[in-house]
Design a protein around this ligand. Structure first.
Ligand code: HEM
Length: 136
C-alpha cells in the first residue's frame, strides 16, 4: 500500500514536471526571448516606471527574464540569477509598480502574437513572485 502511494506520488510529480505546454505555446526559448526583447525595449518608455530602467542593460535583463520565464513555463531552463528579493532590494516596489509592469508585458505579448489564454497562463505563473518583492 505504502509502495503504491509512493509510486503514485512519483508518477504525479513526473507528470507535473513534464508539462511544457506553456513553454511550447510561447514558441520555446526563441519565442520567449522575442517577447522579452520587446518588453525590455518598452520598459524605459513607461510613464510611471520607465525611469527605473534608464540605466539597465537591456540584453542582460532580457536574457535573465528569458531564463526565468522559460523555467516557469516548464521549459528546459534554470534561472540562476539573484533571487527576487535581492534583485529588487531598495526599490520599495508597490502594487502600482507591478500593475504598470504587467501593462508593459501585456503590450509586448500582444505585439508578439501570444494568444490571450497563454498570456494569462504566464501572468498566473509570475503573480506569486511579487510577494517576495513588495516593499523591499
Ligand atoms: C513578477 C514581477 C517581476 C519579475 C519576475 C522580475 C524579474 C527580474 C529579474 C529576473 C531581474 C534581473 C536580476 C539580475 O540579473 O540582476 C530584474 C531586475 C530588475 N527589476 Fe524586476 N521583476 C519583477 C518586477 C519588477 C517591478 C515591478 C519593477 C519596477 C517597476 C522591477 C524593476 C527591476 C529593475 C529596475 C531591475 C534591475 C535592472 C538592472 O539591472 O538595471 N521589477 N527583475
Amino acid at each position: 500500500m505504502r509502495l503504491l502511494l509512493i509510486s503514485l506520488l512519483l508518477a504525479l510529480s513526473t507528470t507535473a514536471r513534464a508539462d511544457d505546454t506553456l513553454y511550447r505555446a510561447w514558441g520555446e526559448k526563441p519565442g520567449i526571448r522575442a517577447v522579452m526583447d520587446d518588453f525590455v525595449a518598452r520598459l524605459p518608455q513607461h510613464e510611471r516606471i520607465g525611469r527605473r530602467f534608464k540605466m539597465t542593460d537591456p540584453q542582460h535583463l532580457a536574457s535573465q527574464l528569458t531564463e526565468q520565464l522559460c523555467e516557469l513555463a516548464g521549459g528546459p531552463c534554470k534561472y540562476e540569477g539573484p533571487d527576487m528579493a535581492s534583485a529588487h532590494e531598495g526599490m520599495e516596489l508597490q502594487k502600482a509598480d507591478f500593475n504598470a509592469l504587467v501593462e508593459v508585458l501585456q503590450a509586448a505579448m500582444q505585439a508578439r502574437g501570444i494568444a490571450f489564454a497563454d498570456q494569462n497562463r504566464m501572468l498566473a505563473k509570475l503573480a506569486p513572485l511579487h510577494r517576495e518583492m513588495l516593499g523591499r
